[in-house]
Design a protein around this ligand. Structure first.
Ligand code: MTE
Ligand code: LUZ
Ligand code: MOS
Length: 750
């Protein structure tokens, strides 16, 4: 049996020896062209005139294309509202206008310089506040409502309110967006794409180039990281190379350089949320009103689905009887913001964790006790605001066990003593929770297929729609296939993801690739195994796997099978009645966790260090504990980046200033907590393949404990009022808050 074992990641050897192949590593093909594009330097402008002729005349330039060269010019994963190439109005800085194909980089550079564009610069909308002032939205507001919030506020002992802002985040995958297109016969195209969503790339290429989907094959061997950034936005580079291959009948490749990638692609959605919370003297929440506003950027992309996830995570791990959640996506002149690990979940969860931290500070109570008291429990304290019952709830256990394990009480006492003593430093400690819904919140996306072929020598190939981006989905599928068939792991190959073998696949996203594709593979393997068992019964004896396969072949029994899986039980609707709003059972189950972090802040520089983090999760029974540990550790550190150092800075005209590793600070090895304990509880998940749970995104949200610890530290200088803090809590942000509170304290004292 391989399930539950630390089988090495199937790319491990390739990664450490540098032999793993990415799009840019594929050997250069005969007659291959380099592709690049000219993008708008303005966030909002009309194109007064465009002259590409001088570029066409440059030696080494093979093709120059505008939107007029496309059959259709609209794409987008939900609403097809985004032009691939600008027609008459630029809507964001970085928006592609002209595609260039050339023999050399020099020719590309010369072509870019030769293109003449006159812009009529317009006033851009660059922030959520500007968008609200201008009534600029993408779609209508949506609601999730339960109970009577106003009555509950009126009878609550206390009410607090405020605005909570959290910033965007760049995906910072190590492999930039990339694609390679090769023309085939009679208009057919094969495209290698660094994408989480080969089917969408196939569909968009077919639509924009006027082909049938059956004429386009998209393949993905692996990505050097995706993190959501290649769920919807890998389409753009892929269509560009497909267009060149179609027009010129030559292979064409594009690989964004890092700076361009950061300039032109969308990021995690920044949010600006208004909250109002009513609670009892004891700290029990009775009412919550949250108005969530996200910056969707210039086009819809995945913003409505991201907002839906933010809304279904705005109560997080806590039972709140009266709730009024409103979600509104703002339309700005920023690159369309998109999926990013957590998919709105982090933005919703951080908002309520902030509220709980403030309630504790307001009441002068320990925040752990407040959280523990409000945590989902038994009936009737187990229904979410959208009416899904929280089943197999391990949250109370996770709270208690982690507090014990990390010695929370004693350390809280020590932190208080330290802060009373130290004139130069501040410490903070926070223990937060996460309840993350697993399933795409778009019902029809929760399906997958798998193709399993057994060959004459007994070796096995499995193909699914899942794409490998480092998260280990291929390794898990390999383990599931080997165990279900009863064959040695070494005999099972997971094949390149291809639309030719797995049609109409969903994106590898929502943490559910192993759940969906693994279940489909098990479905196929169970049927193959049943047929082999019949062969075994007919022939008797004790044949080896290889002999059994041969017996089946000679008996003319099919040795190939296609499996399918559609997630059961889930259902979800946006009721049109504004009184109820989102309603149903959107998630098959929840992945849960708690995390406790302790930080040390220099009072004079704002410099923050994470001294210790303890993470305890319920991730079911892992298919591969080593791979899952990697997800927990990596996700947490990526989340730490979001809540501490990763700050996107723009000029007043919307130019991104932090567009490279020199100005955009992701965590490195020195930022890892000095003490870092990561673990999970024994708890089988009865509703998912092999008793496992999805782990891809949830650990990122565990890092919200670091931000809450910083907020806790600030409370020691905030003189009894809840300390306000932006997210990310950069050193600058911390220093400004400390300075503000210390001054205010001095003024009060004076
Ligand atoms: N892990 C690595 N190493 N690289 C990635 O790009 N993406 C994350 C997560 N873990 C990512 C990762 C995101 S955003 C998702 S949705 C899941 O992996 C997707 O894979 P899964 O469904 O197989 O968990
Ligand atoms: N919903 C979701 C989605 O919960 N997660 C996703 O990644 C996603 N992607 C597309 C559409 N809905
Ligand atoms: Mo992950 S944000 O669902 O690709």
């Amino acid at each position: 049996m391989y399930i539950g074992k630390d089988v090495p990641h199937d790319s491990a050897l390739g990664h450490v020896t540098g032999r793993s192949l990415y799009v840019d590593d594929m050997p250069r093909l005969a007659h291959e062209l380099i592709v690049d594009f000219l993008w708008s330097p303005h966030a909002h402008a009309t194109i007064l005139s465009l002259d590409v002729e001088p570029a066409r005349a440059i030696e080494g330039v093979a093709g120059v294309y505008t939107y007029r060269d496309l059959r259709h010019n609209r794409l987008g994963p939900i609403d097809q509202d985004e032009p691939l190439l600008v027609e008459d109005t630029v809507m964001f800085r970085g928006q592609p206008i002209v595609v260039i194909a050339a023999e050399s980089r020099e020719a590309i550079r010369a072509a870019k310089a030769a293109i003449r564009i006159e812009y009529g610069v317009l006033r851009p909308i660059l922030t959520i506040e500007d968008a609200i002032a201008a009534n600029s939205y993408l779609g209508e507001s949506r609601f999730i409502r339960r109970g009577d919030v106003d009555a509950a506020f009126a009878s609550a002992d206390h009410v607090i309110e405020g605005i909570f802002e959290n910033g965007g985040q760049d995906h910072f995958y190590l492999e930039s967006q990339a694609a390679l297109a090769t023309p085939g016969e009679l208009g057919a195209l094969t495209v290698l794409s660094s994408t989480q969503h080969p089917t969408e790339v196939q569909e968009v290429i077919a639509h924009l180039l006027g082909l049938d989907m059956s004429q386009v094959v998209v393949q993905t061997k692996r990505m050097g990281g995706g993190f959501g950034g290649k769920e919807a936005q890998a389409t753009h580079p892929a269509v560009m190379v497909a267009l060149v291959a179609q027009k010129l009948g030559r292979p064409a490749r594009i690989v964004y350089d890092k700076d361009s990638d950061m300039h032109v692609t969308g990021k995690r959605h920044p949010f600006r949320n208004r909250y109002r919370a009513g609670f009892t003297r004891a700290g029990e929440l009775v009412a919550l009103r949250v108005e969530l506003y996200s910056d969707g950027g210039a086009y819809a992309d995945l913003s409505p689905a991201v907002m839906a996830r933010a809304m279904t995570h705005a109560e997080n791990a806590y039972f709140i009887p009266n709730v009024d959640i409103r979600g509104t996506v703002c339309r700005t002149n920023m690159p369309p913001n998109t999926a990013f690990r957590g998919f709105g979940g982090p933005q919703g969860v951080a908002t309520i964790e902030n509220v709980l931290e403030e309630i504790a500070q307001f009441l002068g109570k320990d925040a752990y006790d407040i959280r523990r008291a409000n945590c989902y429990g038994d009936e009737p304290r187990n229904t979410t605001p959208y009416c899904q019952v929280v089943e197999n709830n391990t949250l109370p256990r996770l709270f208690t066990e982690l507090a014990d394990r990390c010695d929370y009480r004693a350390r809280m006492k020590a932190v208080r003593a330290f802060n009373a003593e130290s004139k130069t430093q501040l410490k903070g400690l926070a223990l937060t929770a996460v309840k993350f819904g697993i399933s795409f919140n778009t019902k029809f996306l929760n399906q997958a297929s798998a193709l399993v072929n057994i060959y004459l020598d007994g070796s096995v190939q499995v193909s699914t729609g899942a794409t490998e981006m480092g998260q280990g989905v291929n390794t898990k599928i390999r383990q599931l296939v080997a165990d279900t068939l009863g064959v040695q792991l070494e005999r099972v190959q997971v094949m390149v993801t291809s639309t030719e073998k797995s049609n109409n696949a969903s994106a590898t996203a929502a943490s559910s690739a192993a759940d969906l594709n693994g279940s489909a593979a098990v479905d196929a393997c169970s049927r193959l195994r049943a047929r082999l068992d019949e062969v075994l019964e007919r022939h008797g004896g004790n044949p080896s796997w290889e002999e059994l396969v041969m017996l089946a072949y000679h008996d003319r029994v099919s040795l190939g099978e296609r499996g399918f899986y559609a997630t059961p039980r889930i259902d979800w609707t946006w009721l049109s009645s504004a009184n109820t709003g989102g309603y149903g059972h959107p998630f098959l189950y929840f992945t849960m966790g708690t995390a406790c972090s302790e930080v040390l802040i220099d009072r004079f520089t704002g410099t923050m260090k994470v001294l210790r983090s303890d993470v305890l999760m319920d991730i079911g029974r892992p298919i591969n504990p080593g791979v899952d540990r990697g997800q927990l550790v990596g996700g947490f550190i990526q989340g730490m980046g979001w809540v501490t150092t990763e700050e996107l800075r723009y000029t007043e005209s919307g130019e991104l200033l932090s567009h490279s590793p020199t100005t955009y600070k992701i965590p490195n090895v020195h930022d890892v907590p000095e003490v870092f304990n990561v673990d999970w509880i024994e708890h089988e998940n009865p509703v998912n393949v092999a008793g496992s749970k999805a782990v891809g995104e949830p650990p990122l949200l565990m890092a919200i404990s670091v931000w809450c610890a910083a907020k806790h530290a600030l409370s020691f200088v905030a003189n009894g009022t809840p300390a306000r803090l932006r997210l990310p809590a950069t050193n600058e942000e911390l220093l400004m808050r400390i300075t503000e509170y210390t001054k205010r304290g001095a003024a009060v004292a004076g």
